[in-house]
Ligand binder design. Structure first.
Ligand SMILES: Cc1ncc(C[n+]2csc(CCOP(=O)(O)OP(=O)(O)O)c2C)c(N)n1
Ligand SMILES: [Mg+2]
Length: 342
């Protein structure tokens, strides 16, 4: 799909109905509305540091929609939309962003792993999880995400190397948003593409327009089918981080406003909306209705998250599978001192 919303009909995935494309647009819009709210709350001191997804919605929603119900997701720290799409309630999104682990606990059989911050460290986990699917003879495929910067890490290269040797059901999505904080793509690697890093590990690598939700959907659907047969795949989605690295960052210190303006012309939402409008599937009143619906959903989530009172003892959970003696002593002291009762 080009920037004017024109699609090459010969390349259109057969299973992609108009209804699904409307869903894609709605999901991308929810991701963007959530993102705007999170940024605003951080600026008011109501949530902790936040890594925006602005501009990267097609990569995330297209890849997520391409996977089947029982497939598993191993993100890094920027794929907030996966949690929303896979069923994490809105209030939990904000509870998590307010710093409470309770927000990461999804519904039963939740398919998305928690956020990880050490860059690249999710890749060996994803490969191990994919190996476990093969071992258990489950037909689930694992999709994992890494940034352009993350592909320079040992973890990424070690991970895909083992994926090739073990022939695991893995789709590795490289979310190439052109920047790793202040390091531009051209200073990240001399490799012509990031997709080609797959070849050294014996995997297939494909580069796709990461701002074209239909292209991402097609590439990841095809890759998932191959991965399920023990043929792991790497997909590089070429996109752009329109916003800040995180709320602790000021991109104007290291990149030009002109560059960002150029990428705004490739906005992944605008082209889908143009496509739908041309087909008579979307109009201004639907846009307004959706915006009102999402505002209510998000405001309700924020209100519930701000009313949430964490159990102070929960800070001792989720670290070990059991509580070691030393930590137990600290927990006992904390309970005895009642120090959180202020
Ligand atoms: C091992 C490690 N080194 C450095 C950092 C600090 N850091 C956080 S995000 C980031 C850049 C990541 O860039 P990229 O992989 O392109 O992902 P993006 O943030 O662009 O989504 C860095 C250097 C970290 N979290 N972990
Ligand atoms: Mg990046």
């Amino acid at each position: 799909m080009d920037e004017e919303g024109n699609v090459d009909a010969a390349l259109m995935p057969k299973d992609l109905t108009d209804e699904l494309i409307v869903k894609m647009y709605r999901d991308m819009s929810l991701a963007r509305a959530f993102d705007a709210k999170a940024l605003s709350l951080q600026r008011q001191g109501r949530i902790v540091t936040y890594a925006p997804t602005l501009g990267q919605e097609a990569t995330q929603i297209g890849s997520c929609m391409a996977m089947r119900e029982n497939d598993l997701f191993v993100p890094n720290f920027r794929q907030h939309s996966l949690y929303l799409l896979k069923g994490l309630p809105m209030e939990k999104m904000f509870i998590s962003l307010r710093g409470y682990e309770d927000g990461s606990k999804g519904p039963k059989d939740f398919k998305v792993f928690p956020v990880v911050v050490p860059v690249g460290s999710q890749v060996p986990h994803a490969v191990g999880l994919a190996y476990a699917q093969k071992y258990k003879k489950s037909n689930a495929v694992v999709v994992s995400y890494v940034g352009d910067g993350g592909t320079s890490e040992g973890d990424f290269n070690e991970g895909i190397n083992f994926a090739g040797v073990w022939k695991v059901p893995l789709v590795m999505v490289i979310e190439n948003n052109q920047w790793a904080i202040s390091i531009p793509r051209k200073n990240q690697t001399a490799a012509v593409t990031l997709a080609q890093k797959a070849f050294a590990a014996g995997l297939k690598g494909l580069q796709v327009d990461g701002n074209d939700v239909i292209a991402v959907y097609k590439a990841v659907s095809d890759a998932a089918k191959l991965a399920a047969t023990g043929d792991p795949q790497v997909i590089e989605c070429v996109t752009y981080r329109l916003g800040l690295h995180t709320t602790s960052d000021d991109p104007l210190k290291y990149r030009s406003a002109e560059e960002t303006e150029e990428w705004k012309k490739k906005d992944p939402l605008v082209r889908v909306r143009k496509y739908l409008a041309k087909k008579g599937l979307w109009d201004d009143s639907m846009e307004q209705k959706m915006a009102d619906e999402y505002r209510a959903l998000i405001d309700d989530g924020v209100a519930k998250a701000e009313a949430f009172k964490p159990d102070p003892n929960s800070m001792f959970e989720n670290i070990y599978s059991y509580i070691p003696e030393t930590l137990k002593d600290e927990e006992d002291d904390a309970i005895a001192s009642n120090y959180w009762q202020v």
